[in-house]
Design a binder for this molecule. Sequence first.
Ligand SMILES: [Zn+2]
Length: 388
Amino acid sequence: MIKPRLRQQLAELTAIPSIACTMPEQDMSNVPVIETLANWFESAGFGCEIMPVAPGKANLIAVRAGTDPQARGGLVLAGHSDTVPFDQNLWHNDPFKMTERDGKLYGLGMADMKGFFALILDAVANYAKTPFRAPLIVIATCDEETSMAGARALMEQSKGQGRFVLIGEPTNLKPARLHKGVMLERVVITGKSGHSSDPELGRNAIDAMHEVVNRLQQFRTSLKKIQQPLFPVPYPTLNLGCIHGGDNPNRICGLCELQFDVRPLPGMEIENIRADIRHLLKGIEQQFGVSMLYEPATAGSGAAETPANSPFVQKIEGLLGETAGAVSFGTEAPYFRAQNMDTVILGPGNIEQAHQPDEYLEIKNISPMLLLLNQLIHYYCVQGHAKI
Ligand SMILES: [Zn+2]
């Protein structure tokens, strides 16, 4: 059973689009979601700051102070307010209309991860009349799915700081203390268009891109040799994400763009990987008579690791009776780690449903997540174990 208010807020969050996309025509503002959350958290007794990051993009920092307003530290519950784009014709229901089927709540952002904020509101409602010794800080960022601009801005301005951070990304309730980085990259090949009846009239950008894809696939194979056994996918991955080129079957393709991602393990430097790829793509321009641009589509985000002996990791492991592991996807943890906060990644969704048609949150995961949030708020904020 989900309380009607929680169900209503989950549905409202799903209904407000906040798609972040590296293709500017699909990129949307997240401000309507942030304003909605700010209203809800203000009603729950939080002081809210909406922090502008870029035009149409903002973070929310909501703070419920402890009894000692000078005390630093506190528990941070963090997540991103944006979602990825979706394939309209592959969804079986409107992605913006939360739909319940077979014990699951379907909707874009249910698992990854707007739904998390509704769960936090449900948990804090239990403490409406209970004073906190240490602050509870809720952070909702923008552009996690693209540039991590929201988390980067928080770090640069030293905002939203606490001692311990729970990031509610979809882990199916399993705690994780380390994860890979993520780099979003693009290759643009400019050839020369012409009539297809004579290949000599042009320089085919798709032919050249085919060679780029071949070499990236070889690189992907070589990445598999680097292993970190704590990860379910124990090697760095490379995904060919989207490709656009040409306009007509009877024209030589003059322009082709490929975007891909790479997810490095902790210890791998993004700049070194870029240098490897740059080296790998050498010679294609000359071979095909085209010009090629290889560049990051976004700045990328490093891998992160919180030590196994962190008190936050150990507290959560104790509550769950489970050892914290690793996840294969990138999160905003490196930006919190850079500010000396311990991070654990744990959320009620499942990464297998994230970035997929028919994304859903299993109703049976909601109660255990609420229990954990209540336990953490009680221990760190009410009892003050996150005070420094
Ligand atoms: Zn996410």
